[in-house]
Every structure is written in structure tokens, then in C-alpha cells.
Design a protein around this ligand. Structure first.
Ligand code: ADP
Ligand code: MG
Length: 365
């Protein structure tokens, strides 16, 4: 069975920090789930109705409260994608990753998965992969730390886009995850340095795979997948820096985020034409690696949550409106969710075929 469901669009306003420069406290106004932002250039105020607005004092706990039910559904077999979008410095990584004293969505998700696993009589297994997209190339952040491996994307027989030879690392505890994930973060830094870049200019995609043992003597299994994506800064990179390498990188970031916008436009156009009964529309997923990997979240079978992060400084006013316009158009994209059938433990989303397990003998020392 499948049902239509829109991608939930939230905003989160970051508290003021010294880098913001001048902040007009009346420029961004939040009231319930509505937000308005002032564009100083044309003296116009823009209004947006979204699914949830987290004002500046919002805590990581409050944001995770909105994510919790999605994690429950993912554990039950529903593919799930959560991504953060916004200008560099707006709080995307804080929201997704956070820090030791104020953990974000990733550590809270891992913690809640293992808590649930310990309460389940027939426990499911957990594994994860972690890739970075930098200058429209995919790098595997697991495995060899000194040399992050560039990977291709292939389309599987089931029509899913998968990263070829991707390492999918089995994990048995939060501690195991932390150790491997911290190493991957270091690999990401190494990759950025080697490629003369900064991690705010790349997209990071962490995918958690949940595999339930079959209830009928192991003949069928049920899979759920949670994809947690921290996107590169959405600012107009062409305006910053002037060396050749930076310009090429800027254009790759712009290409992937522009393609993301085009995919959403095409999906909205398709939905509009669909209501009038006309045929199929071309969706340009293949135009960037980012949209190929996020295909399931964009008009596919995944439930989705976008968290748009906003910085309060007046210098970000134009970016704030661009970010909110992005949220507005994504909000009307509908996905066809495959509702897991608990009786038959139907396979709702097979693990990508073109993968290899990482060293299953991994031990925490
Ligand atoms: P981005 O990933 O969008 O570039 P970061 O998440 O790195 O931005 O945030 C920039 C800075 O602001 C970091 O120092 C981060 O700790 C801080 N920050 C972001 N959001 C919040 C928040 N909601 N509360 C407190 N500090 C925040
Ligand atoms: Mg960041």
C-alpha cells in the first residue's frame, strides 16, 4: 500500500552570534508556524506558512521531538530523509550534528535506535554509510582514512541510485558508531584539505540501514533507511573568493543546489499537469550527483523533512528569503510512501546491491 505525503518543511532561526554583524530584531518575525522576512533592498516583507517554525531559543531537544516519530516509522520500515539547508553559518551542522554538550539529530537518532533495539524482543541490525559530495564527486568517508575513495553512482535493477563499492559498516552500539563516525569526520577534513576546500562547501550524507530478521524462519526481511543530509551552504558562492579553484568549486556547489531547485520545480510542474490529466514529465535527477542520491526523497517513496536554517544578521537578508522560497516550493512536492506491511514483513526497500560490507570483524579497542 502507498500513500501521498508532502515533505515537511521547518525553519530554525539561529540565535545571534558575533559574526552576524548588524541584526534588526524586527526583520524576521515568527508567529506560530508562519514566518515573515524583510528584504531591505526593495523594502518588502515576504510571508511564508510552513509546517513548523523553531524560533531562536529553540533547543536541540525540541527540534528532535519533531524527528522522533519519523525515526519510529523508519524503524518500522519506512525510508526517511532529513536534510538541513541554508547559508554557511546558519546552523545546519549544529542542527544535524551538534556537539558533545548539545547533541543534534545524528547522535540523538543513533541513541534512540539503539534504545529501541534493546527493547525489541527480536532485535534488528544496524549499519551505516557516510559519503561526502565535493565538486560533484562522491567520496566514501568510511574505510581508508588517509585516502578517501572517489566513487561512482550506479542505478540498480530496482531503479535505485546507489554508490558503487560503498562501505556499509555494521554497528552494535552508540560507542561503536561514535568511534567510526569521529574517524569519518577526520577523513572529511583530510579530504577537504587535500582538495583545498572547506567542509561547508560539501554535502555530507549519512545513511543508517535497519534490517529486521524475518518473522518466517528468515525467509523475508524488512529494511528501513534513514538518510541524514547536511547540505553545503546555499549562499551565492560566485560572489566570494576569486581564485580559479574556488570558482570551479563554487560552480559545482551551485550546480548541485541549482539542480536540486530544478528537480523540485519539475516535480511541482508534473503535479500541476498531472491534475489536468496530461502525461509524464522529465525530472532532471541525473544532472547532479546530489539529486541522484536524493532521488528517493524527492518525489520518491521516502518520507521527508527539510530543516531550513536561518541566520539573523542583516547581511543574510537576501539568503533568508531565498531559503524560505526554497522551503515553500519543496513543501508542495508529494512523495508516495510505501507503508510497511507488518504481517508479511514485506521488503520495503532493499539494501543497495552494489555495496560491500566493511570489515565485519570490527572491534572497539
Ligand atoms: P553551518 O553548518 O550552517 O555552516 P554551523 O552549524 O556550523 O553552521 O553554525 C555556525 C555557528 O553557530 C557554530 O559555532 C554553531 O555552534 C553556532 N550555532 C548554530 N546554530 C546554533 C543554535 N541553534 N544555538 C546555538 N549555537 C548555534
Ligand atoms: Mg556546516
Amino acid at each position: 500500500m502507498s500513500i501521498s505525503k508532502s515533505i515537511a518543511c521547518h525553519v530554525r532561526l539561529r540565535p545571534t552570534c558575533p559574526n552576524d554583524g548588524f541584526v534588526n530584531p524586527d526583520a524576521i518575525k515568527i508567529s506560530g508556524n508562519s514566518i515573515s522576512a524583510m528584504n531591505k533592498e526593495n523594502d518588502k516583507r515576504y510571508h511564508f506558512d510552513l509546517d513548523k517554525c523553531h524560533d531562536a531559543p529553540s533547543t536541540q531537544e525540541e527540534v528532535f521531538e519533531c524527528v522522533k516519530p519519523m525515526i519510529e516509522q523508519a524503524i518500522a520500515g519506512q525510508n526517511t530523509t532529513i536534510f538541513t539547508y541554508g547559508v554557511t553559518g546558519s546552523g545546519k551542522t549544529h542542527t544535524m550534528q551538534g556537539n558533545q554538550s548539545d547533541p543534534g539529530i545524528i547522535p540523538r537518532t543513533i541513541e534512540s535506535i539503539f534504545r529501541k533495539q534493546s527493547e525489541t524482543p527480536n532485535p534488528f541490525s544496524v549499519s551505516f554509510s557516510h559519503v561526502e559530495i565535493l565538486k560533484d564527486e562522491v567520496y566514501d568517508l568510511l574505510g581508508d582514512r588517509s585516502e578517501p575513495k572517489k566513487r561512482d553512482i550506479r542505478t540498480s535493477a530496482e531503479g535505485q541510485n546507489v554508490v558503487a563499492d560503498l562501505i556499509i559498516q555494521p554497528i552494535n552500539s552508540v560507542t561503536e558508531f561514535d568511534i567510526i563516525y569521529d574517524a569519518a569526520a577526520k577523513t572529511r577534513k583530510t579530504a577537504s584539505t587535500k582538495l583545498n576546500s572547506s567542509s561547508s562547501r560539501s554535502h555530507a550524507i549519512l545513511t543508517i540501514y535497519l534490517q529486521h530478521p524475518g518473522s518466517d524462519a528468515g525467509h523475508t526481511t524488512q529494511h528501513g533507511k534513514i538518510c541524514l543530509t547536511d547540505l553545503a551552504g546555499s549562499e551565492n558562492n560566485n560572489l566570494t573568493g576569486n581564485d580559479k579553484e574556488r570558482m570551479r568549486e563554487s560552480s559545482a556547489i551551485n550546480t548541485s543546489l541549482t539542480t536540486l531547485g530544478k528537480v523540485i520545480d519539475a516535480l511541482n510542474e508534473k503535479a500541476k499537469r498531472g491534475h489536468k490529466g496530461s502525461g509524464t514529465a522529465f525530472i532532471p535527477y541525473r544532472d547532479s550527483k546530489l539529486t541522484r542520491l536524493l532521488q528517493d526523497a524527492l518525489g520518491g517513496s521516502s518520507q521527508g523533512l527539510l530543516i531550513c536554517c536561518l541566520a539573523p544578521g542583516e547581511k543574510f537578508a537576501r539568503d533568508t528569503i531565498n531559503t524560505l522560497q526554497f522551503a515553500k516550493k519543496l513543501k508542495s512536492v508529494e512523495n508516495r510512501l510505501t507503508v510497511p506491511d507488518h504481517k508479511t514483513r514485506r521488503v520495503s526497500a532493499p539494501l543497495p546491491r552494489a555495496t560491500k560490507a566493511a570489515n565485519p570483524a570490527f572491534k572497539v579497542h
